[in-house]
Structures are given as structure tokens and as C-alpha cells.
Design a protein around this ligand. Structure first.
Ligand SMILES: Nc1ncnc2c1ncn2[C@@H]1O[C@H](COP(=O)(O)OP(=O)(O)O)[C@@H](O)[C@H]1O
Ligand SMILES: [Mg+2]
Length: 281
């Protein structure tokens, strides 16, 4: 039987052409053209990312896996505008990224909720910072909390919630100003395995219901395959694209998708990159 798994790293020319065509037409989604990063430090230069070219489609669930220190967080910071690339160009929704911009919602590894604000005020933080009309967004914040199962916890302080609940609140905070794009840097890394699975299912549901474009970084290969439309596998630092795989699992997915032979086949295939290269985080 022929494998259903396709890697498109074998056709770099076609891939590059696709990126520049989209860049030229200013398509929605995220486009990276020749984006690299070298940190300048007193001890010398630290090359962190080789020039990367890829495009993330609007509404796509795109997941990046790679070894520790290969430049995953650097990539996410550059797309959010928090860090300038050393070379190349990043387009988000057709606009070049030159500074932090409101087109994205960001979720970090730890929930990073403000301890003195209750859950609802934490979710409302982007609205306050952007000075958007509070009344208009209050209903939205409450609806999001309901969507992630936190109805009734609006007035609680962060310490009164479990780690998983805090992380769900931080996802609401990233969604409240209705960005088209969600950038998530190992968002479930601090959670226990069962909570993590629940969060995966919930995140997929939110993504389906809101139609967001999601770029998620993880060091869990099964998590990557379970969530993604496509998985980008990175090499060791300085990070480059080792492969991009289409995930051949139908949607909507439940945890049963992990019992699909195509799931284990792709997980194995991605693991092989790291057996030959060294270890994952
Ligand atoms: N501010 C910085 N100055 C110098 N080197 C950095 C800085 N931030 C990250 N690095 C280096 O760049 C590489 C990539 O870092 P990072 O993007 O955090 O990797 P990852 O998220 O994949 O673990 C690492 O080797 C790290 O040491
Ligand atoms: Mg990181």
C-alpha cells in the first residue's frame, strides 16, 4: 500500500515559487520569505535560524516541531513583530511585519495571568491595552470563557483556578480582540497528560468554530500530528526546514484519531528525523 504521507521538502523550487506568488498577491495567512535570525551578543554571533520560506494558509492549523534551541520561539517572536528578522520578509494578512501588531493573539507556555486581576479582567487585558470599547467586548469575553468551560469563574483570581483552567483563560485573552491569527508557543507544556489531551480537543473545537489561522509550537510529535493540518519539522540550530508533512487525518477529530494507522505512521516518520539528528526538547 502506498503511504498517504507526503513530504514536500523534496521540491524546494516549487515551494519557493508558491511563497513568492502568494507574497506578490498579498494573500491572507502568513508568508515568510528568506527569513533568518542571528542574535548579536557580546560573545559573538549566534546563528539561530537559517533562511526560511513557507506559507501558512488562512484558517490552517499549522504546527512546528523541532529540537530544543532550534529557533522555534525566535520564529514566533518574529511573526508577532516582537523581534526583527536578520534577513527576509514576513507578511501577516498581506502586510509586512515591522513592529508588534494587533493582528495576532499570542499564547505562551505559561498562562502569565496578572495575579491581581480576576479571570474576566485578565481576558479583557488586550481590550484595555488597545483602548477598545469595553462594553462591546465584555460580552465577547464572557462568551469565550463559556466556550472553554469557565463560565462562573469570571470573578475568581488566577490562583483559585487549576493550571489547565488558567491556560484556557489565557487562550480566551488571546482571542478576545478577535485576531485572525493565533500564535501559540508550547501552550500546554506545563500541563499533565490528561489535561493536555482535553486542551487539544478544546483548541481544535475553538479553531473550527472561529475559523482562525493557528501557528502552534510543540515538542510533542503526537500532539503535533493530532492537531495539525500540516506539520513543519525543524532541524537542529541554526534551524532550517527538515520537512513539511500533510496530516492525512479527517476532521473533525476526536482522541480516537490517534488509533488511526495513518497517525502512528506519521508520528514514526517524524520521530525518525530526530533519531538521526539527536534528541527533541
Ligand atoms: N536574546 C538572545 N541572545 C542570544 N541568543 C539567543 C537569544 N534568544 C535565543 N537565543 C539562542 O537562539 C537559539 C534559538 O532559541 P529559541 O528560539 O528560544 O529556541 P527554541 O524555542 O526552539 O528552543 C538558542 O540557541 C538560543 O540560545
Ligand atoms: Mg522555545
Amino acid at each position: 500500500m502506498k503511504s498517504a504521507i507526503k513530504a514536500n521538502v523534496e521540491q524546494p523550487a516549487a515551494h519557493l515559487r508558491l511563497v513568492s506568488d502568494r507574497a506578490a498577491s498579498g494573500t491572507a495567512g502568513i508568508t515568510l520569505s528568506g527569513v533568518s535570525k542571528t542574535y548579536r551578543s557580546r560573545d559573538g554571533d549566534v546563528p539561530s535560524l537559517r533562511p526560511l520560506d513557507f506559507h501558512i494558509n488562512e484558517g490552517e492549523f499549522f504546527v512546528v516541531v523541532g529540537p530544543s534551541g532550534c529557533g522555534k520561539s525566535t520564529l514566533l517572536k518574529m511573526i508577532s513583530g516582537l523581534l526583527p528578522p536578520s534577513t527576509g520578509e514576513i507578511l501577516v494578512e498581506g502586510e509586512q511585519v515591522t513592529k508588534p501588531h494587533g493582528n495576532v493573539g499570542i499564547v505562551f507556555q505559561n498562562a502569565l495571568l496578572l495575579p491581581w486581576r480576576n479571570i474576566l479582567s485578565n481576558v479583557m487585558l488586550p481590550i484595555d491595552m488597545k483602548k477598545l470599547p469595553r462594553e462591546q467586548y465584555l460580552a465577547r469575553a464572557k462568551a469565550l470563557l463559556k466556550l472553554v468551560g469557565l463560565e462562573g469563574f469570571e470573578k475568581k483570581l488566577p490562583w483559585q483556578l487549576s493550571g489547565g483552567m488558567q491556560q484556557r483563560a489565557s487562550i480566551c485573552r488571546a482571542l478576545v480582540h478577535d485576531p485572525k491569527i493565533m500564535l501559540m508557543d508550547e501552550p500546554f507544556g506545563a500541563l499533565d497528560a490528561m489535561t493536555r489531551e482535553k486542551m487539544n480537543v478544546e483548541l481544535m473545537r475553538i479553531q473550527r468554530e472561529t475559523g482562525k489561522t493557528v501557528l502552534l509550537i510543540t515538542h510533542s510529535i503526537p500532539e503535533a500530528v493530532f492537531l495539525a493540518d500540516r506539520v513543519l519539522v525543524m532541524t537542529e540550530r541554526p534551524g532550517a526546514i527538515a520537512a513539511i508533512y500533510d496530516v492525512p487525518l479527517p476532521r473533525p477529530r476526536s482522541l480516537d484519531a490517534m488509533a488511526d494507522p495513518a497517525f502512528s505512521e506519521l508520528v514514526q516518520r517524524i520521530r525518525k528525523h530526530f533519531f538521526t539528528q539527536g534528541t527533541l526538547d
